[in-house]
Design a protein. Structure first.
Length: 436
């Protein structure tokens, strides 16, 4: 572990907005998620300064706050250019790091990445963040013939080339991982499972909802068939608890459903950062149904903004139906929930209101999931009565919703299932009849 992992660093937060009041609630949560203790915050409303991002006088005030708070980190809730980062850093005491919004998010991602896939995606995002800074160093070094010009660091002409080569290798490896994941998804469908993905902003309650929907006792039973089923899914009140994906079998009466919790969205993410996690988002894009979880306790304008951004992300490549789930209704008056439902009806028609924490209205959500998933096909098979038939009947019970079985001179079984399962059952029945 590094020193920063073993102690809590003191941080000052700074944020600039073009107009209005600067909201620092989210950046405070992000700083806490990264392990920082915020000792002060400063905001400014003005147009961006090319050299310092903030006005130079505000930077000096920030520097005083860093000294007075004995801070070792300045967290800026904006995207800083490499020159702005250097100029601000020159105003701060030696050893104080300047971390902009996106570098902070990458720090959190790096702390949360547990799987090879997540680690590769974090590295890809970090390299894409670093690439323009390496290009800036190269440009200045060539123009001014001064290594380390403007404090951007020693120029290494091979660094830019190395970053691009590593990005290419990571993309290739992630593509291979995604091909394996896609093969696994198709195997699940062939086994009769519908795939439901949870999407939405971080801290909306997706992981808690997953735990509520999960049929815990079924996880171990299916572990051999589905090796990536995870017996745990964190549901802590912190950002980015879920960086990779967690898949669990849902507690549904009429069909077999696997629910996947995915990385949470966060506001104002640049395209390059979202694109770096495309492999994780494929679990959403390739689902049969998406549950878009929204925190109903938030102000309606914030909910609207998040819905718009979520739709932009989801509709880019997703073809599955999207059901909005208004979560945390146990913390809001019913009249307030109804008012917000009405205000957001254009973006979230016919949402489902639930409390993942208490389990309120979960039955209605399960019913809605059943209604929105692709329709099952009904089938009636007539099979010869023999030992091999009993094996096929058992297979159909495992992969379909059996409505009736009649054991006589022949076995007549009626069931409903996904088209792929119906097709497989017909093939098995054909083999039985041919061998009878």
């Amino acid at each position: 572990m590094t020193e920063r992992d073993t102690r809590t660093e003191r941080a000052v937060i700074a944020k600039r907005v073009d107009s209005g009041d600067a909201d620092t609630a989210e950046i405070r949560d992000l700083a806490a998620a990264a392990g920082y203790r915020v000792v002060d915050e400063l905001t400014q409303t003005r147009t961006e300064d090319a050299a310092y991002h903030f006005g130079e006088g505000k930077v000096e005030a920030i520097a005083r706050a860093v000294v007075e708070g004995d801070a070792t980190v300045l967290v800026v809730d904006n995207e800083l250019g490499p020159y702005q980062t250097f100029n601000i850093g020159n105003k701060l005491p030696d050893g104080v790091r300047v971390v902009d919004r996106f570098r902070l998010i990458l720090e959190i991602f790096g702390q949360r990445a547990q799987t090879r896939k997540a680690q590769l995606q974090v590295e890809l995002a970090e390299l894409r963040y670093e690439l323009p800074r390496a290009e800036a160093k190269a440009s200045l070094a060539k123009r001014d013939e001064r290594p380390g010009f403007m404090g951007l660091g020693e120029y290494d002409e091979s660094r830019e080339r190395d970053i691009k080569a590593r990005i290419s290798r990571i993309r290739d490896e992630l593509e291979n991982i995604e091909q394996t994941d896609q093969h696994r998804r198709e195997q699940r469908r062939e086994s009769g499972f519908d795939l439901v993905a949870l999407a939405g902003y971080t801290n909306a309650g997706k992981s808690t909802l997953l735990r509520r929907l999960a049929a815990d006792l079924d996880v171990d039973e299916n572990e051999q068939l589905h090796p990536d089923l995870d017996a745990t899914a964190e549901s802590e009140n912190r950002l980015f608890t879920t960086l990779g994906t967690t898949t669990r079998r849902a507690d549904m009466d009429r069909r077999d459903v696997l629910v996947t919790d995915t990385v949470g969205f966060i506001s104002d993410l640049p395209h390059w950062l979202v694109e770096s996690f495309k492999s994780t988002l494929d679990a959403v894009y390739r689902a049969d149904l998406v549950l878009l979880v929204v925190d109903v306790t938030e102000p309606v304008e914030e909910m609207r903004e998040k819905l718009v951004t979520s739709h932009d992300t989801l509709y880019e490549r997703n073809e599955a139906p999207i059901v909005t789930v208004l979560n945390k209704v146990d913390r809001v008056e019913e009249a307030t929930v109804e008012r917000k439902r009405e205000a957001l009806s254009a973006l979230a028609p016919n949402p489902v209101t639930v409390s993942a924490r208490t389990g309120e209205n979960l039955d209605a959500l399960r019913e809605r999931i059943h209604e929105e998933l692709p329709a099952l096909e009904r089938e009636r098979l007539v099979l010869p009565m023999n030992d091999d038939t009993m094996s096929v009947v058992s297979w159909i019970h495992d992969h379909a919703n059996v409505r009736d079985v009649d054991y006589g001179d022949q076995v007549v079984i009626e069931f409903e299932a996904r088209p792929a399962v119906v097709e497989q059952s017909r093939a098995k029945a054909g083999d039985l009849v041919a061998s009878a």
